[in-house]
Unconditional design. Structure first.
Ligand SMILES: [Zn+2]
Length: 404
């Protein structure tokens, strides 16, 4: 991170249109995920977020705040004169320089000095997203495919904010040929467009909620329904009802593990028998940093780490197999700006609710008890998956153990 005080304040912006084009072009070139525009009492700063970390992109004199933010609001098609309320908009940007079209989701929020603008860059190359591209372990991929063969369950993708849950949902959706099914989605916001899928954007400000839309949607003769997120009891119950009346329902939920997801539904006062009969699979996921392929180096781990790895894997691997695993460590080079990492990868745990779990769900067992039963039935935990990915040299043990 650069030192903000030593950076020069940009005094001139001769052409705001060019300046913003350049800002977007640079974001594409550097594979940035978000652009943050913030006003302090002395200047405006623009930061780029990439792989969780921030870089300061520019520091600008306060006299340009109004021009810059107004231009962004025009592009995002939100109200220019509204600065007391948060607004959401979208920019479709065609970069002539980078030969790419991107979607930019724009969110504005009033702050004490001005408005903060955050822009999420969405690469339109969603053709690359599919079940094979989201780093599912072979065993997990097989589990997911097995469950998808029956088309009347609820499948939930669980994880904290920013764990790319929506990408996983889309990779599942894309496993179905939309011309063979009636697929409808309720999203907030719509991130990727898929041909022949009926995508609706939920607008809570004009009374539409997931629950009210879902009620109308089931009358549209759908086969597969994707609901952006289960946040409340009403949406959870309607999703369960849809699943029990022969629909496949896909959704996300904000929880930290597969087992905690069941607990969360019980805490929403959903009857355990409904959970047991409708919920079939939970894909819980997190992100870890991907090691830089240019500078990674074989690394002999110390005895303490060996013991930790062994303790985690002993349930699913033989002791001598574990000792043979080899790990890498990061070094740092020009490609990764000396950080040792470049990009992120998913780690998962896939919990399939076959009969063995029914008793635990019905008796409202705790998350840790459910986790224990599931691992006995060969669920690979998120940490185990991360250790495997470290052994496959995609990440490091350091990153894996950050998950706990
Ligand atoms: Zn490197």
């Amino acid at each position: 991170m650069q030192n903000i005080d030593s950076m020069k304040v940009r005094q001139e912006i001769p052409d705001v249109v060019n300046y913003i084009n350049e800002l977007f072009d640079d974001a594409i070139k550097d594979n940035v995920s978000d652009i943050h525009i913030e006003t302090t009492k002395d200047f405006l700063i623009i930061r780029h977020r990439k792989d969780w970390d921030f870089d300061i992109y520019d520091k600008i004199s306060l006299e340009h705040v109004s021009t810059l933010i107004t231009r962004l609001k025009v592009l995002a098609k939100v109200k220019i004169d509204e600065n007391k309320k948060p607004q959401d908009g979208k920019i479709v940007y065609v970069s002539e320089k980078e030969k790419e079209t991107i979607d930019i989701r724009v969110s504005t929020l009033p702050t004490i000095f001005w408005e903060k603008v955050v822009m999420r860059i969405l690469r339109q190359d969603e053709s690359l997203i599919n079940l094979e591209s989201i780093w599912l372990h072979d065993i997990n991929l097989e589990k997911v495919r097995n469950v998808l063969e029956s088309k009347y369950w609820i499948i939930l993708v669980a994880g904290p904010t920013g764990s790319w849950k929506s990408t996983t949902l889309f990779s599942i959706l894309k496993d179905f040929n939309p011309l063979e099914y009636n697929i409808s989605t309720l999203e907030d916001p719509v991130e990727y467009n898929i041909d022949f899928v009926n995508q609706s954007q939920i607008k809570p400000e004009i009374w539409y909620t997931f629950a009210s839309w879902l009620r109308s949607l089931v009358r549209q003769d759908p086969d597969i329904i994707m609901v952006w997120e289960i946040r409340d009891k009403e949406t959870a119950l309607l999703s369960i009802e849809a699943a029990l009346t022969w629909h496949l329902v896909l959704s996300t939920i904000h929880t930290n593990s597969a087992a905690a997801t069941i607990q969360r539904l019980i805490n929403m006062w959903i009857e355990p028998f409904l959970i047991a009969s409708a919920l079939k699979m939970i894909i819980s996921q997190r992100l870890v940093k991907k090691i830089c392929t240019h500078c990674k180096k074989v690394h002999e781990i110390d005895d303490l780490m060996k013991a930790r790895v062994k303790k985690e894997l002993l349930d699913i691997m033989e002791s001598d197999e574990i000792s043979e695993l080899q790990f890498y460590k990061w070094v740092g080079c020009e490609h990764c700006k000396n950080t040792g990492y470049a990009g992120r990868i998913w780690v998962h745990e896939v919990l399939v609710l076959w009969d063995y779990l029914e008793k635990s769900v019905l008796s409202m067992a705790s998350a840790s008890e459910i986790h224990k039963v599931a691992t006995k039935e060969w669920m690979i935990t998120i940490l185990q998956d991360a250790i495997f990915k470290a052994a496959l040299w995609d990440t490091t043990l350091e990153e894996a153990f950050k998950l706990i």
